[in-house]
Design a protein around this ligand. Structure first.
Ligand code: ADP
Length: 592
């Protein structure tokens, strides 16, 4: 393990532990003391063998046996106190880590929470903090014991016959070197990949199990779960890579630590001699070594495994650090006065973190208050990015986006969120009642207001078929809604929020024909008098818009009403003609 990294991680852990870090130190010292005390019985054992081989003073053997039991109990008690200390510190560290992470998460830019990001963050909050807790509570005292024991054993072995003792240490030393090679930087990288793939596989597995009712109820195929299959294959690959990398040093390590006994035989042959009759002192020492040397094997194996636990800890702390280091968007407290709810993009360019290509290129768009506009264009042309920047999922680096003449960066987060409603293409409902799900956008709303919003969103057919109406819990007792139904509930949520700016992202992507017409009606009702920005693939849904912005490669290539654009013979007309052909083809195929 890289030393500098070790210090940095210890510093982070101590910060989370606060005054409890002393308990970690006390725990480790006590674990070390218990390891030394636990070796005392081996000295008694030597004495017992000595008395037994000399055949005298049986009474002393009895008292030594009693001491052995008492000292073992004492070592155990001290170890329990050590564990108690490390557990208290570990629980505190875990609690502090989780609290800090949760505080940080609410301040993160919304764009961090894309599909993959949500699972990743969840795993860091639950799994990485739990891994840290396990390491501090269990692995750290174990590691102290595992490190102190071989040193103590070395003293015990060398004390009785230093030549044989040192000779037996040769395989232990080679084993130690092999063990260190298993903890290098490369290994740590592999461990990280392995942990990543394990995390992804477990979250995909959850999605898979969660999705089974949807697959069964709505006749989707299991092929919707190719991501799960990919995650399993990826996990298989990393596990194999990790195992192959460990194979040689692990074989060498296990061979060395298990060959100590063989070295003992060779040492006895060399240092005592094969042709001489051994003296009783030599017989005593060899018998003693036969009993004690396997302990070195056990201790070194423990050190090796504690090294693996340490790599897991480093990985866990790094993950927690990666979240804590994300810069939150700057926020102000004081509400600002917006002259209206018109939206303006002024020469906005934006590239995602790590991407060399701009998702938006010098985008300039003016949308008046109350206007209904649509962004259309090929997939990847930047429609979603533009809307996400407006809602400050991320901040623009070039150009500015204004609402009512004020740059969104200068509008307090709460005020901005109150001004914009977003209906996403993959609208999510939480595992709570429909009432609470809708109320998320306006916690003070009465049940009647929620019902009203649901009515406007054309959701009453959904509510009527549910056993407990709006009090039905989503996701429990087999209550699952189709994509289109979920979307209508989230529209009700947006209606209840009643924000002056409305963004509908791929809003009808999930809807079946029946749902689509209902969703469409709901949209019309909710967008009356509001500034509406639609992102749509189905061009039929945007032809009524006041203005259509046609995007390509992050820039506006055409703008105007449907009629104007159709007469201009540009990208929009080509897209619309293609769309009409595809509809005709579908209808033709159905009729045929
Ligand atoms: P559209 O909504 O028109 O399909 P997007 O705004 O989603 O387009 O994407 C614009 C470009 O930005 C695409 O090239 C896409 O690959 C890229 N992009 C979108 N989201 C991300 C992201 N989270 N990280 C990196 N690149 C992204």
């Amino acid at each position: 393990m890289n030393k500098k990294m070790g210090k940095e991680h210890i510093k982070i852990i101590n910060q989370y532990a606060g005054s409890f870090s002393k308990l970690i130190l006390i725990g480790r010292i006590l674990a070390g003391i218990s390891a030394i005390i636990a070796l005392v019985p081996y000295y008694y054992l030597w004495k017992i063998i000595k008395i037994a081989t000399e055949g005298k003073n049986i009474q002393e053997i009895k008292s030594l046996s009693v001491y052995t039991v008492l000292v073992t109990i004492l070592a155990l008690l001290i170890y329990i106190i050590a564990l108690f200390c490390t557990h208290i510190a570990a629980f505190r560290i875990q609690a502090n880590m989780r609290t800090d992470l949760m505080r940080k998460i609410v301040k993160l830019p919304l764009g961090i929470f894309d599909d993959e990001g949500t699972g990743k963050i969840r795993r860091i909050v639950s799994d990485s903090t739990a891994a840290t807790e396990t390491f501090i509570a269990h692995n750290l005292p174990d590691k102290t014991v595992a490190s102190v024991t071989p040193i103590g054993l070395l003293f015990l072995i060398v004390a009785f016959n230093w030549k044989i003792g040192l000779f037996c240490m040769i395989p232990a030393l080679i084993g130690f070197v092999c063990m260190m090679s298993m903890m290098g930087k490369d290994m740590q990288e592999k461990m990280k990949e392995y942990q990543n793939s394990l995390g992804i596989m477990s979250s995909e597995a959850t999605e898979y199990v969660r999705g089974i009712p949807v697959v069964k109820t709505f006749g989707q195929t299991v092929h919707s779960f190719t991501r799960f299959k990919k995650a399993i294959d990826n996990y298989g690959k990393w596990t194999t890579d990790y195992t192959i990398m460990l194979r040689k040093p692990m074989i060498a390590f296990m061979s060395c630590i298990n060959s100590i006994f063989m070295f003992l035989v060779i040492a006895s042959y060399i240092f005592i001699g094969a042709d001489v009759v051994p003296k009783s002192a030599d017989i005593l020492n060899i018998m003693y070594y036969i009993i004690v040397t396997p302990l070195i094997t056990v201790a070194l194996t423990k050190v090796a495994y504690s090294g693996e636990a340490e790599m897991t800890l480093i990985d866990a702390v790094n993950r927690v650090k990666s979240i804590m280091e994300i810069k939150p968007l700057n926020d102000t407290d004081k509400n600002v006065e917006l002259k209206d709810y018109g939206v303006e993009f002024k020469n906005v360019s934006y590239a995602y973190e790590g991407s060399t290509r701009n998702a938006l290129n010098n985008l300039s768009v003016n949308i008046n208050e109350g206007e209904h506009v649509a962004f259309v264009g090929p997939s990847g042309s930047g429609k979603t990015t533009a809307c996400e920047l407006l809602a400050r999922f991320f901040d623009t680096k070039e150009g500015e986006i204004c609402i009512g003449g004020i740059n969104v960066k200068n509008i307090p987060d709460k005020q901005l969120m109150k001004s914009i409603s977003f209906v996403f293409q993959d609208s999510k409902l939480l595992k709570m009642s429909i009432l609470d799900n809708v109320r998320l956008s306006n916690p003070d709303a009465s049940e009647e207001e929620v019902l009203n919003a649901l009515k406007q969103a054309q959701c009453m057919d959904i509510i009527e078929k549910l056993p407990e109406g709006i009090h039905t819990m989503i996701g429990e007792k087999g209550t699952y809604l189709s994509g289109g139904e979920q979307q209508r509930i989230t529209i009700a949520r947006a209606i209840l929020k009643n924000a002056p700016i409305l963004i509908l992202d791929e809003a009808t992507a999930f809807a079946d024909p029946d749902n689509e017409s209902r969703v469409q009606q709901a949209f019309e009702k909710m967008s009356k008098g509001k500034t509406l920005i639609m992102i749509a693939h189905r061009l039929s849904t945007v032809s009524n818009a006041d203005k259509i912005f046609v995007m390509d490669k992050g820039a506006i290539v055409e703008e105007g009403s449907h009629t104007e654009l159709m007469s201009s013979n540009g990208l929009y007309k080509r897209m619309f003609d293609e769309y009409t052909r595809s509809i005709e083809w579908k209808v033709g195929a159905q009729n045929g």
